[in-house]
Write a protein that binds this ligand. Structure first.
Ligand code: VTB
Length: 346
């Protein structure tokens, strides 16, 4: 019974992270925009009556002081928890967080950033390594018809059939990166339109599951941990999501995977990932019986408004999705400060 205890509280967790980060919107400082979100998320999380463990977070313990992988969160992780937590709350749950997904977007005031998390019972979320992931997201109508092993051209034809629209009417989101040059070319050649984004592929994946967003697919390579969070949402929404780990530094020349390909394969094997080329679907990335997902817009996005600050408060918009109650709730919240001179609700 994860949801009954957590459903509402996790809204506040993502709201607090978004509120903190939004104060740094447009200031050109992505590290602080991220740091304050992490702090706020952790503070609120630690007030929840739960026994949580971070499985996807800010990194390994030595490089991340807060919300590191393996960190215990929630009141019920305290040594004297039995005094104020009943046995149900002592059920262990796993949490994947990204307090500021799209730090650059916040720093430069661009759309599509959000505070986001996914929750499941222990072992219910794939503990993805800090590598890259080739991703394919598509609407529910195309679920299990499109396939990451097929070419973009083939998948566009399948999407066109499943969505009953011409390829020219399809919009594919791709992150603007050198590694996607050929992919972008292929999509354009096939006749579809490409929406290039600088960052923030979780929001793009999620948007595929909602009609009316004018986003019909996400293709390309992003970070693996966020792939699990996207998959958790897509699993609840019945959308299509597949991910394949990318561990070859020649494929993605930047950032996360600096080491040798062989070294990376060894690391994956030491984590119990025997086949490094395996394609994961939503139920493998988020296999738990119950999966919850929550996101709050920091800057405005396709699905949610960003944080709006005004005298005496702020307004946020969040999305909470549950596999248990089969609901996707959009939550619009006015946050009132303690002692404003006056408050003008809007
Ligand atoms: C970021 C971020 C994405 O992937 O780009 C990251 O904006 C990794 O890609 O939303 P680069 O190293 O090429 O920037 C995401 O975090 C999520 O997949």
């Amino acid at each position: 019974m994860i949801e009954t205890t957590l459903g509402l509280e996790i809204i506040e967790v993502v709201e607090q992270a978004a509120l903190a980060s939004a104060k740094w919107m447009g200031k050109g400082d992505k590290n602080t925009a991220d740091h304050v979100a992490v702090e706020a998320m952790r503070e609120r999380m630690n007030k929840i009556h739960m026994r949580g463990r971070i499985v996807i977070g800010e990194g390994e313990r030595d490089e991340a002081p807060m919300l590191y992988i393996g960190e215990q969160v929630g009141i019920c992780t305290q040594p004297d928890a039995h005094k104020y937590c009943n046995p149900d709350e002592l059920v262990e749950i796993d949490i994947a967080v990204d307090p500021c997904e799209g730090t650059n977007l916040v720093a430069y005031g661009q759309p599509g950033s959000m505070a986001v998390l996914a929750i499941s019972e222990k072992g219910g979320l794939f503990a993805a390594p800090d590598f890259y992931m080739k991703k394919l997201a598509a609407p529910p109508a195309a679920k299990n018809h499109v396939d990451i092993n097929k070419s973009a051209t083939e998948n566009l034809q399948i999407l066109s059939d499943c969505l009953e629209r011409s390829i020219e009417e399809l919009v594919v989101v791709v992150m603007k990166r050198d590694r996607h040059k050929e992919l972008i070319e292929e999509i354009r050649q096939a006749g579809a339109r490409v929406r290039l984004i600088s960052d923030g592929d979780v929001s793009a994946a999620l948007s595929c599951a909602f009609a009316g967003t004018n986003i019909h697919a996400l293709m390309g390579i992003g970070a693996a941990p966020e792939g699990v969070i996207s998959a958790a949402a897509m699993r609840c929404l019945g959308g299509h999501f597949q991910g394949q780990l990318i561990y070859d530094p020649d494929v993605v020349k930047t950032g996360l995977i600096g080491e040798s390909k062989d070294g990376n394969i060894e690391r994956l094997q030491s984590m119990g990932i025997k086949d490094p080329d395996k394609v994961y679907n939503t139920h493998e990335l988020a296999c738990g019986e119950t999966v919850l997902f929550a996101a709050c817009g920091i800057t405005p996005g396709t699905l949610m408004e960003g944080v709006r600050l005004f005298h005496g408060g702020a307004r946020t918009q969040s999305l909470v999705i549950s596999s248990q109650s089969k609901t996707a709730r959009f939550v619009d919240t006015v946050h009132m400060s303690d002692q404003p001179k006056y408050i003008q609700l809007r």
